[in-house]
Design a binder for this molecule. Structure first.
Ligand code: BG6
Length: 488
């Protein structure tokens, strides 16, 4: 039988993401037979109290996602258990052990502060919960630089070898991220073009319209670079840039991602001034409502960036000369995550640009993760009509599910944790971050923070509700390029 233990199981991540994910998996009959779900946390709460609280959280989420099914909830509730324990204490963890049959496959999810990871795994080992059939799942932020990452990770690995450590980057659980792998390696039409001969540049945007709000005690220590670039942004970049893996085995895929990270050109203090932008939001208007500045939310001025843009280079044969522009920020104009593959212009245009015959807009593949999941390709087309001179127009073709020609509705958008919980319980680590990936990503990010500390890159204000500081636009316009979403 299998058991899932959620340490910190009564907390925010569990209530917002993990337990609703388990509900949807239950509804779709995807949970392993006989799975027990044990939430373990410090608060003294009875099982009925915990179950009632979980029901409220799950029902709210399920109704919003268009699918509350009381029978599925009853099945999930029957699996749920709650134990008030001190997870850093081996004696206290005996209560967890007593709930398991000796031969249970155990997946332990640490939804707690990383400062506790080491203590919890030591206690698990001492309580006999770290045997060969146990796995551990850990969430970011693991450290705030390479050294602190290694310290925490070493502690985890005192009890769990690499193949039983599952480091989550929830972006890898998103459907469109996996679709990117399908698009690249399941079709012949893109791969021959996927290089510096045909691609002009790549853009990756992770924009959020909400602010930091009351998360500032965490955020102020991390900033956008560590909170978003070190993990989600670099993972997306790796999936766009990696070489075809030999198969989908965890190590085949992750070997290719590590090679990309190794090829990322380090950012020196001299380069930082030209290729990086740091910003922080000041008051403005977001989606029609007034929004306070970061320093107001923080309660005092701060040097933490809430926006970062970087022009990165991957020094290898495939990508030499192709810039990868990345930007992410809070309090931007809209919540939007997209990857844009901008192809080069035609080498010679037979459609003049100055004779009213229409502009050529270069081919562009847009992989949109949020707010909608969509993949679209812009191609040029003749404008219908009898004009003496041929008129061109760009046509955006959606390659997404909704357009599959069968009139089927798109499937429900799953919570990223649904996929990741299932994979972790099945022991498949393809969509989890290997230690050397995390290490290389930290090395690169540490160089950027060092470069910021040693150079003249200053924090640039941007009004809430815009696409970030002026310099972020200049990063592209300086070379006659433009962000896909560029309106202020
Ligand atoms: C988290 C960051 O990892 O990802 C948050 O800590 C951010 O700051 C969130 O808001 C974004 O996730 P998503 O799935 O909403 O794009």
């Amino acid at each position: 039988m299998a058991a899932l233990v959620l340490f910190g199981g009564g907390g925010d991540l569990a209530m917002r993401m993990l337990l609703p994910s388990l509900y949807f998996l239950e509804r779709d009959s995807l949970l392993p037979d006989g799975l027990k779900i044990i939430a373990a946390a410090r608060s003294e709460e009875t099982v009925p109290e915990f179950v009632a609280r979980t029901r409220e959280a799950v029902e709210t989420r399920a109704r919003a996602d268009g699918g509350w099914d009381p029978a599925s909830w009853d099945r999930l509730a029957a699996r749920l258990d709650y134990l008030a324990v001190d997870a850093t204490d081996a004696d206290s963890l005996q209560a967890v052990k007593d709930r398991l049959d000796g031969d249970d496959d155990l997946t332990a999810f640490l939804a707690v502060s990383p400062s506790l990871f080491g203590h919890i795994v030591d206690a698990m080992a001492a309580a006999g919960l770290a045997g060969p059939r146990s796995r551990i799942v850990i969430e970011k932020p693991v450290g705030r630089d390479l050294d602190s990452f290694l310290e925490i990770d070493e502690a985890v690995r005192r009890a769990f070898p690499e193949e039983r450590v599952f480091r989550i980057d929830h972006y890898l659980g998103k459907e469109t991220v996996q679709n990117l792998i399908a698009l690249r390696f399941g079709n012949t039409i893109f791969e021959p073009l996927w290089n510096n001969l045909t691609i002009d540049h790549v853009q990756i945007t992770i924009g959020e319209s909400f602010g930091v709000g009351d998360r500032w005690p965490y955020y102020d220590e991390y900033g956008a670079l560590r909170d978003m670039v070190q993990n989600h942004m670099l993972q997306l970049l790796c999936l766009v840039a990696m070489e075809p893996p030999s198969d989908l085995d965890p190590d085949s895929v992750r070997n290719e991602k590590v090679k990309v990270l190794r090829s990322l050109r380090p950012i020196t203090p001299e380069a930082a001034e030209k290729v990086t932008v740091r910003g922080q939001y000041i008051a403005g208007t977001v989606e029609g409502a007034p929004a306070a500045s970061y320093s107001e939310e923080r309660g005092q001025p701060s040097d933490t960036e809430t926006f970062v843009a970087i022009r990165a280079n991957i020094d290898n044969w495939r990508w030499a000369g192709v810039p990868f522009f990345m930007r992410t920020g809070k309090r931007l104009k809209e919540k939007r995550t997209e990857i844009v593959i901008q192809f080069k212009a035609v080498p010679h245009s037979i459609f003049g640009r100055d004779d009213n015959s229409g502009d050529i807009s270069d081919n562009r593949l847009v992989i949109e993760l949020q707010p909608d999941e969509d993949i679209s390709l812009t191609v040029m087309n003749k404008r219908p009509g009898l004009d003496l001179r041929m008129q061109l127009q760009p046509i955006r073709m959606s390659l997404s599910w909704g357009m599959n020609g069968k009139g089927e509705a798109a499937p429900r958008r799953r919570i990223a944790y649904e996929r990741l919980l299932l994979d972790a319980m099945a022991g498949d680590s393809t969509l989890f971050v290997r230690r050397d990936e995390a290490e290389k990503a930290w090395e690169w990010v540490d160089d950027v923070s060092r470069a910021w500390a040693e150079s003249a890159v200053r924090l640039e204000p941007y009004a809430a509700g815009t696409w970030g500081p002026v310099s972020a636009r200049k990063l592209l316009t300086d070379t006659d390029r433009a962000w896909n979403k560029n309106d202020v």
